[in-house]
Design a protein around this ligand. Structure first.
Ligand code: HEC
Length: 153
């Protein structure tokens, strides 16, 4: 009987140990994703949002469409994540008005200037962009409505 009890308590200790270990592994995995995301966020701020940032800006002050709008248009016209990333990657490496999904933006700001981007950095940025909701500027809904009615670009 005593042996039976010690076997049970041994098994309980063992299962507790395993569950602790699993939790630590899960935490480590999460940290890796978090590190990747924060690198990607920094890259996005430096390489894209210098032009695309619209937070706190008036519509008349922006020099490129807010990323909220860019992401929305690309989400609508993509079949899935892969398609979204590939289409945006193609654009980023070779902006060309004939491939544009945002022709009104070209009328307003001119075609996005060609810049040499690192392929690996773009992969990181676009993974991040796909899963991130960007802030919507205050004036955005009104702009959309006017656009729908043909009053704005
Ligand atoms: C020097 C300023 C500048 C930088 C930096 C910049 N963009 Fe742009 N981008 C623009 C402008 C201006 C437009 C609007 C005109 C257009 O669509 O070509 C634009 C449009 C876009 C579009 C919509 C293209 C279309 O017409 O379908 C995408 C997608 C885009 N940018 C992605 C990016 C990404 C990703 C980065 C960073 C890797 C980036 N941009 C960096 C200026 C910039």
């Amino acid at each position: 009987m005593q042996n039976y009890f010690s076997l049970i308590s041994f098994l309980i200790t063992l299962s507790l140990l395993f569950s602790c270990q699993n939790n630590t592994e899960k935490k480590n995995r999460k940290t890796k994703v978090e590190i990747r995301d924060s690198i990607a966020k920094n890259l996005f701020e430096q390489k894209c949002n210098v032009c695309h940032d619209a937070t706190g800006k008036k519509e008349s002050e922006i020099i490129a469409p807010p990323f909220h709008a860019v992401r929305m248009v690309y989400m609508k016209s993509s079949m899935d994540k892969n398609d979204f990333i590939e289409t945006m990657k193609d654009w980023t490496h070779k902006p060309d008005s004939t491939k544009s999904l945002m022709k009104p933006a070209i009328k307003l700001f001119g075609v996005m200037p060609y810049q040499k981007f690192d392929d690996k950095e773009i992969d990181l940025i676009l993974e991040y962009v796909y899963k991130t909701e960007f802030p919507k500027p205050k004036w955005f809904d009104l702009h959309q409505e006017m656009h729908r009615r043909g009053i704005a670009h």
